[in-house]
Design a protein. Structure first.
Length: 280
């Protein structure tokens, strides 16, 4: 005896149709806003001469790593290599997409993580949703993104935001929960308000854990660049995709190397932000 098939696909299609019918105007507005935002950031990055941006990035690495001249020099060499490979413009498009996606992901995940740390029902409700988001194949995120936002950078940003949020949210939640009970009791004894307790006690203590989530969020956003290129997102990821389609090993390797260089630079910057804050 064969059991009847559950109409899961039909239910999802009805849900999508309903969202498009009743919230299409909101999705169109969000799409235009994101397109304007990422386009403006791309124009800013592309308008700055490559040598000036290389010097700026090297100086930033030197500053946040507490004057590590070796790491700053390696940053300059890596960016010069990207420039020499004639991948600078594509690298700036990738950096713009990753930056906007990361900012949006953190703007959602950190406040929600703080709220979940203070609410057990919210934490219990978020746990299965986060498990689903982290175990879902990344390609699956492209389907609703394309349906609601079409092709281009905007659906790539949306898919990247959803994919990159869980680590930052989980680690923010974990960091706030790991604040020692003694510190909370001392803060309460001095009559601090919940806002003062959050910003002067919980967040400073939880900052290393939160920054680990920020680091993971950035790395996951970079890992989505190639996948997002499948729906029209420009940048180094598209260059890798073209290399795969043409079986051009050299093209794919050069673009992949540029992504790795950007990832290492961003990783070193975020890893060294916490000690600098702690020394203050």
């Amino acid at each position: 005896m064969q059991l009847p098939k559950l109409p899961v696909g039909e239910a999802v299609e009805m849900l999508v149709d309903g969202i498009e019918e009743y919230f299409g105007w909101l999705l169109d507005g969000a799409s235009e806003g994101l397109r304007y935002l990422v386009g403006g950031f791309e124009d800013i990055l592309l308008s700055v001469p490559a040598p000036a941006l290389i010097l700026l990035a090297s100086a930033l690495v030197w500053f946040v790593t507490r004057r590590d001249i070796r790491l700053a020099g390696l940053t300059a060499l890596g960016l010069l290599l990207i420039w020499n490979l004639e991948l600078w413009d594509l690298a700036m498009l990738t950096l713009a997409l990753v930056s906007i996606s990361t900012i949006l992901a953190l703007a959602i995940s950190i406040p929600v993580g703080i709220a979940a740390a203070g609410s057990e029902p919210l934490n219990a409700a978020l746990r299965p949703a986060l498990d689903l988001m982290q175990t879902m194949p990344s390609f699956v995120y492209l389907i609703p993104a394309v349906i609601f936002f079409g092709l281009g950078s905007v659906p790539g940003i949306i898919a990247t935001v959803v994919f990159a949020m869980p680590p930052a949210l989980r680690l923010t939640n974990l960091g706030i929960r790991q604040v020692p009970r003694e510190l909370i009791e001392v803060a309460d004894a001095f009559g601090t308000t919940p806002r003062q307790k959050l910003f002067k006690v919980q967040l400073p203590v939880a900052l290393p854990t939160i920054m680990a989530g920020v680091n993971q969020c950035i790395m996951l956003a970079l890992s989505m660049t190639v996948i997002a290129s499948m729906i029209g997102a420009a940048g180094l990821g598209y260059q890798v995709l073209v290399g795969i389609q043409r079986v051009d090993i050299g093209m794919g390797f050069e673009a992949g190397l540029a992504i790795v260089i950007i990832a290492i630079i961003l990783d070193r910057i975020t890893q060294n932000l916490v000690p600098q804050h702690e020394n203050r």
